[in-house]
Design a protein around this ligand. Structure first.
Ligand code: ADP
Length: 266
């Protein structure tokens, strides 16, 4: 090719059969990456071919959660091969594009945009049924880039039950809608914790997920569902730390079952 024509993003082509879900949150630490990693495995368990783009520029925790922290993508001619995880999901992370793992990225908007396009267009994804994108928290540049490059992506908003978290989550949902993306639903994480006697406590209060779903439904004029409530579950945290998501490591745990239900509802 003469010059440097940009490769097309396969998922943006008319007639693409790949469902694209962007996993968004208003702020960090609400479990967005944990949900992305576990949803990917849950969908793969349904027999679907699943790809994950870790676009969380500042967090990029997806490779570690999926057990491929030290893997680097290989290159075949000018295509990047995504990294296969032990559970058969294909992953590319913005962290994998850095020359060194410990390098800190202080990228500005246009570079973020280029990184996102590179992960979508220059990676050989093959025929995927589902592509999940783990977005950075907030309503920043990546959300705008995504709206421009993948207007057909549907958005899943992750929040905790807390009032303040719900409020920023609503903003993330509204941003997606301004970029003409459809918000399919809301997942409330850290909803409660079950005590050994079977009773529940709600460390982060209650109602945030339903509130975000109701507010966005009203604002957009279509139904934004509360797709599920995920309890606080130590095995969920352990699975993430060990690089083996709970949906795979401990499928009968409360956390794994709740996330599996969300995957079924998508
Ligand atoms: P985010 O991507 O929103 O910043 P993470 O997915 O990295 O959040 O989660 C933050 C931390 O909380 C991680 O250590 C993760 O294992 C833990 N965590 C997330 N959800 C739960 C849960 N339901 N139960 C227990 N720990 C959780």
């Amino acid at each position: 090719r003469g010059g440097h024509a940009q490769r097309e993003i396969p998922f943006a082509k008319p007639g693409s059969l790949t469902k694209v879900y962007a996993i968004a949150s208003g702020k960090g630490g609400v479990g967005k990456s944990s949900m992305t990693a576990n949803l990917a495995i849950a969908l793969a368990k349904q027999g679907l071919k699943v790809g994950v783009v870790d676009a969380d520029i500042y967090g990029h925790s997806i490779p570690a959660m999926l057990g491929v922290a030290d893997s680097r993508p290989t290159q075949v001619e000018d295509l990047i091969m995504p990294v296969p995880t032990p559970s058969g999901v294909s992953v590319i992370s913005v962290g994998m594009l850095k020359p060194r793992r410990d390098q800190v990225i202080a990228w500005r908007g246009p570079m973020l945009d280029r990184a996102l396009v590179q992960m979508l267009a220059d990676v050989y994804w093959g025929d995927l049924d589902v592509l999940l994108l783990d977005l950075p928290p907030g309503t920043g540049d990546i959300a705008i880039s995504l709206g421009q490059h993948l207007p057909n992506a549907e958005v899943v908003v992750i929040t905790t039950p807390q009032e303040a978290a719900a409020e920023v989550a609503e903003r993330a949902g509204t941003m997606a809608s301004m970029m003409h993306q459809r918000v399919v639903g809301v997942v409330e994480n850290m909803s409660w914790m079950e005590l050994p006697d079977g009773s529940r406590i709600e460390p982060f209060g209650s109602g945030g997920g339903q509130r975000v779903a109701d507010t966005l439904s009203q604002r957009f004029g279509y139904e934004v569902k509360l797709l599920g409530q995920i309890p606080l579950d130590p095995s969920l945290r352990e699975g993430g730390d060990a690089g083996k998501p709970v949906v795979e490591a401990d499928p009968t745990s409360a956390g794994a079952q709740a996330i599996t239900q969300v995957a079924d509802a998508l």
